[in-house]
Write a protein that binds this ligand. Structure first.
Ligand code: UDP
Ligand code: MG
Length: 344
């Protein structure tokens, strides 16, 4: 237990503990960031579903909230929830470390024989949990993924975007992640494997895809948020995509690449203009070809250097080996202190 607060290193549960101690069957992990408006109603909904699953499938459960450095009252609400039920606990980060870090912390703090990841904003409807649990409980799956059905309400434009994105990801990573979401159930075996992956920069969807094991996919419809706003800016989404491919991004180097890309755009416009000047005859000898060569290849160089830089930054980050997140407090602090004392 002493290791609970210390990032990824050395955090390995012994199989034997699962036999002897009273672990829940299912741990539900909820990463939350500034969700004070929705967390209460989401939790009520989740509790209803979990209690009915407990009745029909005879499964014990726990809920682990990971507060990713919220600036509002989210953690206060989590504390109240934790007081109301010993099956609910919460971990609070010292600042916002991002959803990937929150999910990892959840995996490290969860004790269940299976772990379920679910968003705290209601977009992953808790009603589907039963469908995710059943194949696992029947021993037919180690990973049960909820796969987003295409939203009919989405515009043709955004669907085309999604297709392009998926095609690009598959081309770049060799993994088909169409409809992939973080709404997944993982068997303890898979959780242990993921916890053994030491990389700092994580892309949960990719990791669980990479891990293999027996996967079952369950389609689900993404609900609208229960309130608040999506915490992902377009820039964050682009960055997540880059992480998915290179498992890293570094701002200055991205900037270099961005500049290169802009240069390339300007170069292209100038190229057309230069060709046009040449075509209508107002041509300074040699200028056309020179412009094309300098601008085109200059910017292409910048893009290439930026790209190499991204991989270099990734190595730099891994070598520094900083913890992926820092914990400010947990609702279980008192308990674990007691436990540690007992051990000594
Ligand atoms: N989230 C988080 N850290 C962040 C951003 C989001 O823990 O830095 C949580 C958020 O509270 C929610 C889930 O991750 O429970 C999904 O976030 P969001 O709804 O903003 O993303 P989207 O649904 O647009 O992918
Ligand atoms: Mg959401």
């Amino acid at each position: 237990m002493a290791d609970v607060h210390s990032g990824t290193s050395g955090f390995v549960y012994e199989e034997i503990k699962y036999m002897t101690l009273n672990r829940p069957d299912l741990s539900v992990i909820v990463p939350v960031y500034n969700e004070e408006n929705v967390i209460k109603s989401f939790t009520d909904h989740l509790l209803n579903v979990l209690n009915s699953i407990n009745m029909t499938c005879n499964m014990s459960w726990e809920i682990v909230f990971v507060d990713d450095g919220s600036l509002d009252n989210t953690f206060e609400i989590i504390k109240t929830l934790a007081v109301s039920s010993e099956k609910i606990s919460g971990v609070r980060f010292s600042r916002n470390f991002g959803k990937e870090a929150a999910m990892l912390a959840g995996l490290e703090h969860a004790e269940g024989r299976a772990v379920l990841m679910i968003d705290g904003d209601g977009q992953h409807p808790p009603e589907y949990i039963k469908q995710l649990v059943v194949p696992w409980q029947a021993g037919k799956a180690d990973i049960v993924m909820a796969v987003k059905s295409e939203r009919k309400s989405d515009s043709v434009w955004s669907r085309a975007n999604a297709h392009l994105f998926n095609w690009f990801m598959e081309w770049a990573t060799g993994m088909n992640m169409t409809g992939a979401s973080d709404f997944q159930l993982l068997d303890r075996r898979v959780v242990q494997s993921i916890l053994q992956m030491k990389e700092r920069n994580r892309f949960f969807r990719g990791l669980s895809n990479w891990a293999g094991f027996r996967v079952v996919r369950v389609p689900f419809n993404v609900d609208d948020r229960m309130g608040g706003e999506s915490k992902w800016s377009t820039l964050q989404l682009i960055r997540l995509a880059v992480t998915g491919i290179t498992s890293f991004s570094a701002r200055p180097l991205n900037l270099v690449m961005g500049l290169g890309a802009c240069g390339l755009g300007v170069g292209f416009i100038l190229l057309i203009q230069a060709l046009w000047s040449w075509f209508i005859g107002i041509d300074v000898p040699g200028w056309t070809s020179l412009t094309i060569v300098i601008l085109f290849f200059g910017s292409a160089n910048l893009v290439a250097v930026g790209l190499v830089g991204i991989y270099l930054a990734k190595i730099f980050e891994e070598v520094k080996a900083r913890p992926i997140y820092l914990v400010q407090e947990t609702t279980r602090t008192l308990d674990s202190v007691k436990l540690d004392e007992d051990v000594e």
